[in-house]
Design a protein around this ligand. Structure first.
Ligand code: PMT
Length: 208
């Protein structure tokens, strides 16, 4: 299969120095990419700003902001059989980005934001017979939000993680996830390495 994977955070700059972002390190998405490449799939990895080495055999495209990630996904999608959106895309960006450093004396104590495009919702009309897998990062029991996002974003599967659980979520090498699909029962996976979570996602894609 040809599999497109997104990973890491996005950065939404106010000026060349300051930005809004989140705690994603890219470990989860890079593990999915490694698992897919290990199985012989053709893998394109769109990465936000992270400091991780590209897994062997993977084609990598680096982006910074959510808008850049959307453009990169739109460019790559026509050739793909499946998409795994593990990136933690910032939902908002500053209304303005200045080309030079904002001086403290010129700054307002309020940052005005505009919503970023929802990448999955934007590309849904291009889905055709491709498989789309999303992630749901929640604090606490992710069931209700995961099921809502599965439907709202037109996904075939969503991988839900409670990012407050021990050994799960951001910046660790393990994760504890549940797979929610449109028709099947939720599949609760044990705490395991992100690479093994990635392998389980790829096995699910291969089984469709
Ligand atoms: O990178 P790590 O440090 O390893 O951390 C892993 C992780 C916690 C980032 C990962 O496991 C995870 O949960 N990724 C999804 C984070 C997220 O943005 O979740 P969400 O519930 O806000 O978004 C739901 C889905 O919509 C996701 O597939 C997301 O990629 C997508 N999305 C979100 C916002 C947006 N503007 N466009 C999108 O397509």
């Amino acid at each position: 299969m040809k599999i497109l994977i997104t990973a890491g955070p996005t950065r939404e700059h106010l000026d060349p120095i300051r930005f809004i972002s989140n705690r994603s390190t890219g470990k989860m998405g890079f593990a999915v990419a490694q698992a897919a490449a290990e199985r012989g799939h053709t893998v394109t990895l769109i990465a936000g700003p992270v400091s991780l080495a590209t897994p062997p055999g993977v084609t990598r495209v680096d982006v910074t902001s959510a808008c850049e990630m959307l453009e990169a996904v739109q460019r790559a999608l026509p050739k793909q059989d499946a998409l795994v959106m593990s990136a933690a895309v910032a939902d908002w960006r500053p209304i303005q980005k200045t080309a030079t450093k904002l001086k403290k004396r010129d700054m307002e104590p309020v940052i005005h934001l505009v919503p970023n495009p929802d990448i999955l919702k934007t590309i849904l009309p291009e889905k055709e017979n491709r498989l789309f897998v999303g992630f749901a990062a929640e604090t606490g029991d992710p069931t209700a939000e995961a099921q809502r996002k599965l439907t709202a974003k037109g996904l075939d599967m969503i991988v839900a993680n409670d990012v407050t659980a021990e050994g799960a979520g951001f910046a660790v090498d393990t994760n504890r996830v549940t797979f929610f699909t449109v028709n099947g029962q939720p599949q609760v996976l044990p705490l395991q390495s992100k690479l093994d979570v990635g392998r389980a996602i790829i096995a699910w894609l291969e089984g469709q």
